[in-house]
Design a protein around this ligand. Structure first.
Ligand code: ADP
Ligand code: MG
Length: 703
């Protein structure tokens, strides 16, 4: 899509309002009033076949009667009249429909919504909505919505799926001092979705940060791809974090993959910073829209109060920016601007004696010092200082330093005078917050943004290396037998086709065969039941490890068969697998699901109680590059176990990362076939010794 295509939507020269009304309280009345109140400078054309004039504007019976061209049309009439009107708009040459009307897919009428899109597309029109509040732009003085006024001016642009929230954020922008250039209500996303709008906003000179409130996507992969191409910070708040489809999941991975975890992974892969709640969305939007990214970890905190300094120090650690002592030269220079009992270490505590000059000198010096990557300035209201003067000093320091690529956030703790000082600072482009931990969190967002972009640039897509043909043959055979799951032996054949290191396994159907194979594989061996009806083999008493001789093979064969029959009398038993016994290694698990929004998605964690009890797992949408796989390995809580603790040798994380990466390629390549899969466990050996998949499971998509 050419981004320019949406210019008529975002920056229309003329707007028609279909269903314009003279009756206050009606949406068609509000939209006209809001366009007028906002002082929109383009043409406004009210459309209503019963009136000749609305709020001083000439009214037209049909859009086809409008004399000039119309860029966008705001549709407010009831759903049942929308299609013929869309047709007329198309004939008129309207470029975009802003469909406020509800009563489409959100109430189950998907057909009506699809028809609207089909008609619009046939005329080359794009559709925003339906079921929205509308669209607002400060730059264009355009309030094409029923939200009562344009938001506080600012540099962020917001897209939200909730109309009610848009109206609330609009109002809150003033009380919270967080400004927006554009507010977009996205509604049912019948045509234009998050990715389309983000693409346009990325080119918008009046938007520096894209703020998203998301309930759900239709096409998660399109979103990820678009975000990765975006050069501006994106901050996302995901609503609706309860798990989806988890109850019905057949596998471990499925039950662990709540919406939160998969969305979290997707945001990370998309390069979007996350907000934890609505407050956090505002706070982080402010810093991301006003300040540059934080390029390194050297954060300096400057304060006039030890108490807030400690709160900020705690927050810095909590939000991933633990403070380091400033280097000697910084400490010496800063000592000049504090009494003897002050501290220049970090936090830099100038004490309650700090006035404008000390603030100015300290902030200015810090910004210009190479060691410092960013500065959080804290101020506690005192009797001897005026918050406005301190704000001025911070701003002057920022200006005089000439440093534009290091972020500054501030917190002024106090009463109304502090409020006023912070408002003034925000107007000057410096984020200010009422609490020190919030100023630090806002700074952390700038660091997360830098890190996330860096990791994206490192993660070029992986090339697929796998023998899909062989894998498909194995799958076809199982399907032909009327099955939608593979046995361990079959699953391992598929894994092998993608180069994954599995234990050598052969199927025996009699005791004699079992003994013969056992001798071929070499003792000790592992024996396992092979039945499409028994997915969890140990539960059925279907696994014997460390079988050491012929006699034990015969015994094990009988026991396993007996156990299996007791477990499930009518189980279809293929035989017993004779498997090489892998030496002991650290147990980890890899799993996959086919997420309804993002498609093939990989899970990784430590095996045993770590996954079962602690649910210490992490997700990524496939494909996962090797460096992303390494991130997965290092971000689980149990990571130190793989790194080597208490004198234990570190595990082969290199090979493990390669395995995760390769596995992600497999589930993506076979995305049309595999519903869920796992390798549980994989044994991980010492560095250089590799890994071994000892159990594999694949559940097929129903066809
Ligand atoms: P299931 O998960 O269906 O119960 P597994 O194949 O995972 O069965 O086997 C159960 C356990 O036996 C594994 O977690 C592992 O500890 C051990 N095991 C299985 N196969 C092997 C093998 N080839 N080498 C070493 N240990 C094995
Ligand atoms: Mg297993």
């Amino acid at each position: 899509m050419d981004n320019k295509e949406l210019d008529s939507l975002f920056r229309p020269k003329s707007v028609a309002v279909i269903g314009a009304s003279a009756t206050p309280g009606k949406i068609g009345h509000s939209v006209i009033k809001n366009l007028l109140d906002g002082k929109y400078e383009g043409q406004i054309y009210p459309i209503n076949n019963k009136l000749t004039e609305i709020q001083g504007l000439k009214c037209y019976a049909s859009i086809l009667d409008v004399p000039g061209p119309v860029d966008s049309a705001v549709v407010t009439i009831p759903a049942q009249y929308v299609l013929p009107v869309a047709e007329d708009c198309g004939k008129k040459g309207v470029k975009a429909l802003i469909v406020i009307t509800s009563g489409f897919s959100e109430v189950g009428d998907t057909a009506l919504e699809e028809k609207l899109v089909t008609i619009s597309r046939s005329y080359g029109m794009r559709v925003l909505g339906p079921n929205i509040v509308g669209y607002l732009s400060n730059t264009d003085k355009l309030n094409a919505s029923f939200a009562p006024f344009l938001p506080l001016k600012g540099k962020a642009s917001l897209i939200t799926q909730s109309g009610a929230l848009l109206i609330a954020i609009d109002a809150a922008s003033y009380s919270r001092g967080v400004g927006f250039d554009k507010l977009v209500s996205i509604g049912n996303m019948s045509d234009l979705d998050f990715a389309d709008l983000i693409a346009w906003l990325n080119d918008d000179p009046n938007t520096t940060c894209i703020t998203l409130h998301i309930e759900g996507f239709k096409d998660g992969r399109k979103f990820i791809e678009q975000c990765r191409k975006t050069s501006k910070p994106i901050i996302a708040l995901k609503a609706g974090v309860s798990s989806h489809g988890a109850a019905a999941a057949a596998s471990h991975t499925g039950s662990l993959a709540g919406a939160t975890k998969v969305y979290g992974a997707a945001f990370q892969q998309a390069g979007a910073v996350q907000a934890t709640d609505l407050d956090n969305l505002f706070d982080r939007t402010l810093s991301l829209s006003l300040q540059p990214e934080l390029k390194g970890d050297n954060l300096l905190i400057i304060t006039n109060g030890g108490g807030v300094g400690v709160l900020a120090t705690d927050a810095a650690e909590k939000y991933g920016l633990p403070l380091k002592f400033a280097p000697k030269d910084v400490q010496e220079a800063l000592k000049e601007h504090m009494p003897e009992f002050g501290s220049a270490k970090n936090p830099v505590d100038m004490t309650g004696m700090a006035g404008n000059e000390w603030y100015k000198e300290t902030v200015r010096y810090s910004l210009t010092h190479d060691w410092v990557d960013g500065v959080v300035v804290l101020y506690c209201e005192t009797a001897i200082t005026n918050p406005t003067d301190i704000a001025q000093a911070v701003y002057d320091a920022f200006q005089e330093s000439g440093v534009k690529n290091k972020p500054v956030t501030t917190s002024f703790v106090g009463g109304e005078r502090c409020e006023a000082a912070m408002k003034w600072l925000v107007d000057k482009g410096i984020p200010a917050y009422g609490a020190p931990d919030v100023a630090v969190n806002a700074m952390a967002a700038l660091r997360e943004y830098a890190q996330i972009r860096e990791s994206i640039s490192k993660n070029s897509e992986m090339k697929l290396v796998g023998d899909k043909g062989t894998a498909l043959k194995v799958i076809a055979k199982a399907r032909a037998a009327g099955r939608d799951s593979l046995t361990e032996i079959e699953a391992k054949e598929v894994f092998s086709a993608y180069g994954l290191p599995v234990t050598k396994t052969v199927l025996s159907t009699s005791e004699d065969e079992a003994v013969a194979f056992a001798n071929k594989v070499g003792y000790p061996i592992v024996m396992k039941i092979v039945s499409p009806d028994i997915l969890h083999k140990s539960d059925a008493g279907g696994v014997k490890v460390n079988v050491k001789d012929d006699k034990s093979v015969r015994e094990a064969f009988q026991t396993i068969m007996k156990n299996a029959r007791e477990y499930k009398a009518d189980a279809d038993i293929h035989g017993i697998a004779i498997q090489e016994m892998a030496p002991w290694g650290t147990e980890v698990i890899m799993g996959s699901i086919n997420d309804p929004t993002f498609g093939p998605t990989v899970m990784f964690g430590l095996g045993g109680i770590f996954v079962e009890v602690l649910k210490d797992v992490t997700f990524r949408v496939a494909p996962v590059s090797c460096s992303q796989s390494k991130q997965m390995i290092s971000e689980i809580r149990g990571a130190p176990i793989l790194a080597g603790v208490r004198g234990e040798a570190p595990r082969d994380r290199e090979k493990l990362a390669e395995t995760i990466c390769q596995y992600s390629n497999m589930i993506l390549d076979l995305g049309d076939e595999i519903k869920e899969s796992d390798a549980n466990p994989i044994l991980v050996y010492e560095e250089g010794q590799g890994v071994k998949v000892v159990d594999a499971r694949i559940i097929l998509k129903k066809k």
